[in-house]
Design a protein around this ligand. Structure first.
Ligand SMILES: Cc1cc2nc3c(=O)[nH]c(=O)nc-3n(C[C@H](O)[C@H](O)[C@H](O)COP(=O)(O)OP(=O)(O)OC[C@H]3O[C@@H](n4cnc5c(N)ncnc54)[C@H](O)[C@@H]3O)c2cc1C
Length: 391
């Protein structure tokens, strides 16, 4: 085992959590990693790889047993996201969207009927989930939505467009935010649970230059009817629901970024100790060692912030928004910078089709946007520090 793997900062994990890490690592290395490049080359969504998750209970790590899930604790959930993302970011994203954005929101704000309807199929992997938040006009300013929810007899009609929607073409449930009154800004935001097969919902491919195996989609709502029973929480009270969903979402995205940063580090150390130049291993050159050292520092710092956040959540801290921003910002930038350094260690091969590191760069960069951009997190952290914003 390379040192980069052996000395990970998991000193504070319980024996059970370490066992889960090993189990998920073994599973992902055997059942997922060997196939990822093929899906990438074929630009194909990895449905067959996702189908392997339920058997190990990996589809519902945030869903309690009474709804068919495998929930133990939040740190374990983070470890699962980290280990899955170390091998494939799309598979990890499926788990993270279903659990952080959907299941956690339904558990915290849903009615008994909503929990019984959506949580068991999510936990068993019978349906996947999508979060329809971002609009063509912007994804950061979510208090200023343009997708409208109009009051009609017995429910609401949705009209508008969402873009960059992960998993949408394969999902069995959408978490949609729309406004019931645009004038009211964030006080008009309402959260809905929606069956994607509802008339008035259409899903089109979203044009991406890269990351094609993700199958990102554009979702159009043209008067899609949502019954009152499928409003999550109260009309006009969706903004705090969105806030708590993103709080948990940032945790799992940060954990995924740690997995990606770790993978880059391992690939770079392996390569550095194999490749020769000027009669020695390139890993013996000081400038390569500096990159390796920086990669270790970034990975370990990000991991420590993620585990701390997980422990706060396990301790019952209701909102840990500043810590979520710290973890998400640090981990996503660590993943990108580690990918850049890993590419540099590989020389020209870093951008060849033969090595994985080039792909990891684009995947890491994308995670600097999802669940809040780096600029948004810097703004939030500064506002917390200055006392302009409270938890
Ligand atoms: C691979 C991928 C998958 C995604 N999956 C999903 C998904 O499943 N569901 C979903 O809803 N969305 C998804 N997104 C969209 C993502 O959440 C948005 O891209 C993100 O929220 C930013 O929105 P935007 O791209 O519209 O940028 P904008 O909000 O238009 O921002 C543009 C730039 O301005 C900066 N900016 C904005 N406001 C401020 C401010 N106040 N201060 C300083 N700078 C600011 C931003 O940081 C950014 O640099 C995905 C995106 C990618 C790349």
């Amino acid at each position: 085992m390379p040192q980069a793997t052996a000395r990970m900062a998991d000193f504070d994990l319980s024996p059970e959590q370490r066992q889960v890490r090993q189990l998920v690592r073994n599973f992902a290395e055997k059942e997922i990693l060997p196939f990822v490049e093929r899906y990438e080359q074929e630009e194909r969504y990895p449905l067959e790889l996702i189908a392997k998750l339920p058997e190990l209970g990996l589809m519902g790590p945030m869903i309690p047993e009474e709804y068919g899930g495998s929930f133990t604790d939040v740190v374990t959930y983070g470890v699962i996201c980290e280990e899955l993302a170390r091998c494939d970011w799309v598979v990890a994203s499926v788990v993270s969207v279903a659990n952080s954005l959907l299941a956690s929101s339904i558990l915290a704000h849903g009615s008994r009927a909503q929990k019984e309807r959506w949580l068991p199929p999510l936990a068993k992997g019978e349906i996947l989930a999508s979060a329809c938040l971002t609009e063509p006009g912007g994804g950061t300013d979510l208090g200023n939505l343009r997708t409208r929810a109009e009051r009609v007899d017995g429910g609401w009609k949705l009209t508008g467009t969402k873009v960059f929607i992960s998993h949408a073409a394969h999902a069995g449930v959408f978490f949609v935010v729309a406004t019931v009154d645009r004038e009211k800004k964030h006080k008009g935001v309402t959260a809905f649970l929606l069956d994607p097969k509802t008339p008035g919902v259409s899903i089109a491919e979203f044009p991406m230059r890269t990351l094609k195996r993700d199958n990102l989609a554009e979702v159009h709502f043209t008067g899609a009817f949502v019954p009152d029973d499928d409003v999550l929480g109260e009309p006009g009270a969706g903004f705090p629901i969105l806030g708590s969903a993103l709080d948990t979402g940032r945790y799992s995205v940060a954990a995924r970024c740690v997995g990606q940063a770790q993978r880059c580090l391992e690939l770079a150390t392996d390569y550095a100790m194999q490749r020769d130049a000027f009669g020695q291993k390139i890993g013996e050159f000081q400038m390569i060692q500096q990159k390796i050292a920086d990669m270790v520092v970034r990975t370990e710092s990000a991991r420590a912030l993620v585990y701390r956040l997980g422990r706060m959540k396990d301790a019952g801290v209701p909102r840990a928004s500043m810590e979520a921003s710290l973890a998400k910002l640090t981990a996503s930038e660590a993943a990108t910078q580690n990918a850049l350094d890993a590419i540099q260690v590989h020389g020209g091969y870093g951008v060849s089709g033969e090595y994985e590191v080039g792909r990891l760069l684009l995947e890491a960069k994308a995670l600097e946007f999802g669940e809040g951009t780096s600029e948004l997190h810097r703004k939030l952290i500064a506002e917390f520090a200055l006392g302009i914003r409270k938890q």
